[in-house]
Design a protein around this ligand. Sequence first.
Ligand SMILES: C[S@@+](CC[C@H](N)C(=O)[O-])C[C@H]1O[C@@H](n2cnc3c(N)ncnc32)[C@H](O)[C@@H]1O
Length: 240
Amino acid sequence: MTEEKSRIGRLYGVGVGPGDPELLTLKAARILGEVPVIFVPQKANESDSLAKAIIRDVVSKSKPEIVGLVFPMSRDNELLAKHWHEAAETIWQYLSAGKDCAFVNLGDPLIYGTFIHVLETLKKSYPEVDVEVIPGVSSINAAAARGLVPLAVDDDRVAIISSSCEDKFIREVLENFDTVVFMKVNMTFDRVFDILEDLGLTEKCLYARRCTTEDEEIVRGISNLKGQKLDYFSLLIVRK
Ligand SMILES: C[S@@+](CC[C@H](N)C(=O)[O-])C[C@H]1O[C@@H](n2cnc3c(N)ncnc32)[C@H](O)[C@@H]1O
């Protein structure tokens, strides 16, 4: 008798959009309603997450197992790698048991998504992993839509950067691109603001906080934001 090879489950990296559950794609909703296991990244000590709130309705009937995966907000690469590794091992336990699984990401999974690191780690240990990414509406698109700011027309150049980049680079990007999107702007807003002021660009900015959620805030006069403690779910669009 030949031994039957056990099936390995498929891992879906699912983009769930920026906050409004109506911005979940039909495909994301279908997959989330079908898989028996859903992984939700969360910060340490976080009992509820925005991603969980977004998917609540689409999983209400199927009642999948929801597994929280903790990723610290840290710049310590060793610590982060440890968590990516732990997450990859947990995910593999389910996949190797033949269960299809979804790993949810806010916005799109391939734009600064935790999924990218976990997938790379998983692939190193288990190259046979079967993966499909379901793109999501990014917070960048959502903020542009809520603020009615075009991201690009004609031959425009668009840059998406992390606000933690060094000053010289930020300056160069602002000088060379027509639209610049600053992600994770809460960490270094004051520093970015000073550069924008120096380049005479503060009037060309749109700040979006928790866009498409009930707590959305869209701000054009960004000088009021200087010195404030800003929300992690904040980005800045500079449209010259
Ligand atoms: C780790 S990145 C994830 C980006 C996500 N994958 C996407 O496509 O939007 C987190 C950053 O995305 C931005 N962000 C995510 N959701 C947001 C929202 N609803 N409103 C404004 N910014 C948001 C913030 O800049 C935040 O610091």
